[in-house]
Design a protein around this ligand. Sequence first.
Ligand SMILES: Cc1cc2nc3c(=O)[nH]c(=O)nc-3n(C[C@H](O)[C@H](O)[C@H](O)COP(=O)(O)OP(=O)(O)OC[C@H]3O[C@@H](n4cnc5c(N)ncnc54)[C@H](O)[C@@H]3O)c2cc1C
Length: 470
Amino acid sequence: MISNEAKQKLISIVGIENYDDSKAGRLVYSYDATPQFQSLPDAVIAPRNTKEVSEIVKICNEYRIPIVPRGSGTNLCAGTCPTEGGIVLIFKHMNKILEIDEENLTVTVQPGVVTLDLIKAVEAKGLFYPPDPSSMKISTIGGNINENSGGLRGLKYGVTRDYVMALEVVLANGDVIRTGGKLAKDVAGYDLTRLFVGSEGTLGIITEATLKLIPMPETKKTMLALYQDLEAAARSVSKIIANKIIPTTLEFLDQPTLEVVEAYAQIGLPTDVKAVLLIEQDGPSEVVERDMKKMAEICKEEQAVSVQVAQSEAEADALRTARRSALSALARLKPTTILEDATVPRSEIAKMVKVINEIAEKYNVKICTFGHAGDGNLHPTCPTDARDREEIERVEKAFEEIFAKAIELGGTITGEHGVGVMKAPYLEWKLGREGIAAMKAIKNALDPNNIMNPGKVFAKSTRKRVVITR
Ligand SMILES: Cc1cc2nc3c(=O)[nH]c(=O)nc-3n(C[C@H](O)[C@H](O)[C@H](O)COP(=O)(O)OP(=O)(O)OC[C@H]3O[C@@H](n4cnc5c(N)ncnc54)[C@H](O)[C@@H]3O)c2cc1C
């Protein structure tokens, strides 16, 4: 609950028009893209600048009001579900591209900038910002940084973390700090920039970010390799990398995913094969030609039934868009779609794909698998129905076993979607008790009153929350 005194102070900072505690307004921000999680905030606040964010945080710290910073709410770990009430902080006013610096190859933005808008703005100047989560049409840079998001181009170009050079952050006591800079080299003190990347809104509020840009690659080619054997597709992934080729994109879709994606996108994807690999390479044209030829050979050696090169950029773009629509397409099958992102070393991809199918069979649940195979990052996805408690129990058990297996194979419980509330119960499997204690020590030092996105990462609750608790 926000006391009337605290409410008046908050309104005096942002104005009544940027403070919404109506039932309808709160309902809109009571959930995010994660199924089965919903909880009402006490108010939704839209600050206009860093100073206002700092003043809001000071009030929240004084009155112990939880703060949930929120971009577009597309995270898949209940990271913006206000499980402990408090305020949801939105950045609709802080959505400007502040500067594109062509000499230092950087772009400086406010947190509410939509990822694709940034990508398009820099591309107009012949520059390239590689992180491209499939949600990039709506996700924000603030969300991308806080989840350390990846995308189709992650294999060659890395993830969001690799492009964050400097941050402006409002700490839990309202202090404003600046980390990093437009610097190729900087070893002055702890690397606080990296600490905030992937911190899921639990350590501070990012109010500005300077991101690294690179020159646009000269050319790009795209191909599809089709397989009648899932493991042969997975083996091709390991073999391409073992042959010292790092393609831009190396994505995997299994047959059930292909079927629904084709029904959704209708671009003529083959649906009578067990799996496809979507492969792309970019760079100087002679390198692209050489790598594509070699990768096609490898796929054929590994029993690809066919290798098809896209004949135009429009065709290539349709393939990429189809892959990016996999989650939306699968979401049409059943009322609830549970998508996970267990990740293993690339060399273990074949084993992991096989295990996922065995686990699905064991628990009698449908699991469709697609993902960033080149990163070892798979998205086993279960179309289900949250109202069928018996089936949901089986789905939970199946995913628990998938996480356990991923860790056994040297992997992790989440490659890019974050921990949030959803995966908090499993974090200790990955980090151990001592690892959790080290993280808690950082959290306590920066946010002693636990106002920054409480209940996330260290949450005690299980995944089984379907209620409006407030
Ligand atoms: C269809 C679909 C496809 C997706 N594809 C991908 C993919 O390919 N790769 C991938 O990595 N993810 C993917 N995601 C997950 C999601 O889109 C990403 O995690 C994305 O970065 C979230 O951005 P957002 O703006 O929606 O952030 P939100 O979901 O609003 O927030 C994400 C986290 O960031 C925190 N946060 C937001 N802004 C700030 C701020 N200014 N300061 C501090 N904390 C803040 C929030 O508290 C929360 O913890 C996908 C999701 C969907 C629905």
